[in-house]
Design a protein around this ligand. Structure first.
Ligand SMILES: C[S@@+](CC[C@H](N)C(=O)[O-])C[C@H]1O[C@@H](n2cnc3c(N)ncnc32)[C@H](O)[C@@H]1O
Length: 211
């Protein structure tokens, strides 16, 4: 898809409700040593990172788990993974640091202003109940001109995805994410692309630069 429309997403009052409203720590207590998209979609994510991430970047991989999908042949200064399960993060070989932190409980990020030069958010934005607050925080901890690369597919934990996410098509979800970014006032050059491989899981990306 081309993401060429001027689609406006209208959110209902229950947009950020979820079928499973129990604390997220319960759902993520058991580690899932698995990938959440297939190998073709992972390659598409890696290609995006190869294209947009500066060499030697200080990277924050938000909502991280076992895999960060970074190119293996590029070196980065620092790769911090923030997620819900300590064992998944500990087994992620691309992370240099790990942080367990529930963003739905506390959207404030435990990092200083301008600490990172790139941000990643892969196949996870659908679980955030305070997405604008979290993306605003990303804008605070990322330096000016840092890329934020958000990707999504059509696979998710249905009981933990927000009502808004479940109600939209893949294309509309891109516009929803764009509206979150615009609402933060922290990003510019917001580009939406369909990077879906020929086979397997679709993969869409929204790349923005911090102002
Ligand atoms: C579908 S997995 C994606 C993991 C990884 N980004 C990837 O590309 O494989 C969703 C991840 O979001 C993280 N997550 C879900 N809810 C969260 C929350 N409330 N706060 C922080 N991270 C959360 C979990 O740790 C989980 O590993």
């Amino acid at each position: 898809m081309a993401f060429e429309k001027n689609y406006t997403v209208t959110l209902s009052d229950d947009a950020f409700r979820r079928a499973d409203e129990a604390p997220d720590e319960k759902f993520y207590a058991i580690p899932r040593f698995t990938s959440h998209i297939d190998c073709f979609a992972i390659d598409a994510v890696t290609d995006l990172y190869r294209k947009y991430l500066p060499k030697n970047a200080d990277i924050l991989d938000l909502m991280s788990s076992l895999l960060s999908h970074l190119p293996e042949d590029v070196s980065y200064q620092r790769v911090v993974g923030l997620g819900m399960n300590a064992r998944e993060l500990a087994n992620n070989k691309q992370l240099t640091e790990t942080v367990v932190h529930d963003l739905n409980n506390e959207p404030t990020l435990p990092f200083d202003d301008d600490e990172f030069s790139a941000g990643l958010l892969c196949v996870s934005i659908d679980y955030l109940i305070h997405p604008v607050a979290v993306l605003k925080e990303m804008g605070r901890v990322l330096k000016t001109n840092s890329p934020l690369i958000i990707s999504y597919s059509d696979r998710f934990f249905e009981t933990k995805a927000t009502a808004a996410w479940l109600s939209l098509t893949d294309e509309q979800r891109g516009y929803l994410i764009k509206s979150f970014l615009v609402d933060t006032g922290c990003y510019d050059n917001i580009q939406m692309t369909d990077c879906s491989p020929e086979f397997g899981d679709p993969l869409y990306a929204i790349v923005a630069l911090v102002v």
